[in-house]
Write a protein that binds this ligand. Structure first.
Ligand SMILES: [Zn+2]
Length: 227
């Protein structure tokens, strides 16, 4: 899953509006950001084999540190500690607000595993690489896969928009709706245009997308008005 992960960011922003959307957008892809770096350094492994699933060529051979339930959980705990005791230290928020914000970011990180389970082949381990693996293989049904990602994102984006009002200027009024529409277009295109053929190409494109979406979405969200 790629764009569908952002559904969790949008839902969490509605539940905890003081959490930065940038942190939530980067948070839901955090383990994928690590994965893209880890495969470049050979710490985790994947191959691109056309036809691995009907939707993509991802043959995910070894990713226990980023895409196991235990690994994702530990990264989520790390995110909680980072926000609660470092990044929010000088925020001026009371303790319970800091707890809530940090918890929302941690849930964003943890959500990645659960959003991947319906799409992936059985390649998502519970703990180490030799442990039981989950995956419902929806990627083998392209229409079902793209529909799930599309409607999940659309639905949660609509929920997200109800938490705030349009702000000033073009970016404040139209920025976020355009951003949401762009995500939905990317969601569909991803299933249509031919995927990258090398690991370097794939990981650099993915990293640029994750970081670009996080920064642009976070910036546009700040243009909106929260009461
Ligand atoms: Zn992933």
């Amino acid at each position: 899953m790629f764009i569908g992960h952002y559904a969790a960011s949008f839902a969490l922003k509605k539940v905890s509006p003081r959490t930065s959307l940038r942190a939530l957008l980067l948070g839901v892809q955090f383990v994928d950001i690590l994965f893209m770096i880890f495969i470049l350094f050979g710490i985790e492994r994947m191959r691109l084999i056309p036809g691995t699933t009907a939707s993509n060529s991802l043959k995910l051979d070894f990713m226990p540190y980023t895409h196991s339930l235990l690994g994702t959980f530990l990264w989520a705990v790390g995110a909680f500690v980072l926000f609660r005791f470092a990044l929010l230290r000088k925020s001026g928020y009371e303790n319970h607000t800091r707890n809530l914000i940090s918890f929302a970011v941690a849930i964003a990180v943890l959500s990645h595993y659960f959003f991947d389970v319906p799409m992936h082949l059985r390649d998502l381990p519970l703990a180490g690489d030799d442990s039981y693996k989950l995956g419902l293989a929806l990627w083998n049904n392209r229409i079902a896969a793209v529909s799930l990602e599309f409607f999940l994102t659309l639905g949660m984006f609509a929920v997200y928009l109800t938490a705030s009002k349009p702000g000033q200027g073009f970016a404040g009024k139209y920025g976020m709706p355009i951003f949401g529409a762009a995500l939905l277009v990317i969601c569909v295109l991803q299933y249509i245009i031919p995927p990258p053929t090398t690991i370097i190409e794939l990981s650099s494109q993915a990293l640029a997308s994750y970081i670009g979406i996080g920064l642009v979405g976070g910036w546009l969200d700040q243009k909106r008005v929260y009461s």
